[in-house]
Design a protein around this ligand. Structure first.
Ligand code: AMP
Length: 432
């Protein structure tokens, strides 16, 4: 049997890998503009880190990749990063407010399908140390600004408040009582979910459950005054920034640590079942659950793979060009191409070349395929005369600089000459 990447995982090759990296870099730029610094934490943690924050959730109870290492430590590949970042906060106690962004793969043993993988990438940000509703607004605005900056237009921001811990417990009891009353109308799986966590039923997509969920109590009736005021301030903040949102009183999110604000970003350009590109909310209490002080926090995570699918669907955020600037064609054996390529790369010029002593024709074909705008030719005449021939590639035509024909340039001048040409082209391109 041929070896393959494990089910639910993928190899990401160029140019998709370059696009993924560009997306992460764009996120890093947006987060750092807002004062968030990157945190890089381990891909696996003591299993307790996740158990303490989400024992009753599918993500933690059913979908974790857990294992024992040779030292008999019970570990899990991270299924999400907020718990890891909160653990890192408790361990290092950076000064408050602590604003951190992250990126990287997460692991969940889910049923693979379009837009759902067992290893997937997220970017996210967390703000620890403030319970100001303006912090919630800042965090949501960062997610919104980044996603719209990718060119996504068919985005929907859905918001809710889960109230404080006591509000949430009261709501849970009201929900449980309601669903118990109508248990025989639920699907068999729905009844099983009810036994574990009635909140999770609100996420059910099964038609029988949907009908029952439609009549379920809403959280608003359980909010404390402080939680209601907080939510009103968050919504007012979003309005003042002109960020459009919808209220969904049944949005609960997949992890149990959320308090007060919860939000989700969905793309109408994606298939309905997997349309969530990200989400987050406030998790006052999470740091304490992990053995730290009572420090509030708010943050979000976005699914990079889904964001890119949404970009595909909207025709935005194309892969960056992998094309070379220059292709060195050397028909004197290849050693000159090595020297010249290294010299030009040292000057920051993207250079490709061929190997295996191929013919002029074959090398010119490879040059075409590389997308290079310029070819540098080294034949025996050039070599003898200490020169290189510079040629504009046919596919790229002539430019305003008038460089359409082949001309010889002294070998020692070529790096400076090319750097100058490329800079002129870049300037022309930027004024188009
Ligand atoms: P969550 O941590 O569950 O709130 O997920 C945040 C975002 O990560 C989701 O909205 C998705 O975009 C993405 N995501 C979650 N699980 C997966 C998965 N299995 N495959 C791909 N993306 C995922």
């Amino acid at each position: 049997m041929s070896l393959q990447a494990p089910r639910g995982t993928r190899d990401i090759l160029a140019p998709d890998s370059a696009r993924l990296r560009a997306l992460v870099e764009t996120f890093a730029g947006a987060a750092e503009l807002a004062g968030y610094g990157q945190v890089v934490s381990p891909m696996f943690e003591q299993i307790e880190v996740f158990r303490r924050v989400g024992e009753a959730t599918d993500i933690v109870s059913k979908e974790m990749y857990e294992f024992r290492d040779p030292g008999d430590r019970h570990l899990a590949l991270r299924p999400e990063l907020t718990a890891s970042v909160a653990r890192a906060f408790v361990q290092h106690r950076p000064p408050l407010p602590w604003k951190a962004w992250y990126e990287g793969p997460q692991f969940r043993y889910e049923k693979p399908q379009a837009g759902r993988f067992r290893q997937f990438n997220q970017v996210g940000a967390e703000l620890f140390g403030s319970d100001d509703p303006q912090a919630d607004v800042e965090v949501i605005a960062l997610a919104w600004r980044f996603c719209t900056g990718l060119g996504l237009r068919e985005l929907r921001l859905v918001v809710n408040s889960l109230g404080d811990r006591a509000d949430r417990e009261a709501y849970l009891a009201a929900l449980a009582a309601y669903f118990e009353r109508r248990a025989d109308e639920l699907s068999a799986q729905g009844r099983e979910t009810l036994g574990r966590n009635p909140l999770r039923l609100l996420d059910s997509k099964r038609p029988e459950d949907l009908a029952v969920v439609a009549g379920a109590p809403v959280i608003d009736d359980c909010w404390s005054e402080a939680a209601a005021d907080h939510f009103a301030a968050v919504l007012a903040g979003l309005e003042s920034l002109g960020i459009p949102f919808q209220r969904n009183p049944r949005l609960v999110r997949g992890l149990d640590y959320y308090r007060r604000t919860a939000f989700e970003l969905a793309s109408d350009a994606l298939d309905g079942a997997q349309d969530a590109v990200g989400g987050g909310g406030r998790y006052d209490g999470l740091v304490a659950d992990l053995g730290g002080p009572e420090v509030p926090g708010v943050g979000f995570a976005l699914g990079v793979d889904r964001l890119l699918l949404a970009c595909d669907a909207e025709g935005s955020f194309p892969a960056p060009s992998g094309a070379a600037d220059v292709f060195v064609v050397d028909v004197t054996g290849g050693g000159e191409a090595t020297l010249l390529a290294e010299e030009l790369r040292g000057a920051g010029i993207r250079v490709e070349r061929a190997f295996d002593g191929r013919s002029m024709k074959a090398q010119m074909k490879a040059a075409d395929r590389s997308g290079a705008r310029w070819a540098l030719l080294i034949g025996s005449d050039e070599l003898a005369g200490g020169q290189v021939s510079l040629r504009r590639m046919r596919a790229h035509g002539a430019t305003a600089t008038g460089e359409s024909v082949q001309r010889r340039i002294p070998r020692r001048d070529i790096t400076a000459e090319l750097a100058c040409l490329l800079a002129t082209e870049a300037a022309e391109g930027s004024t188009l």
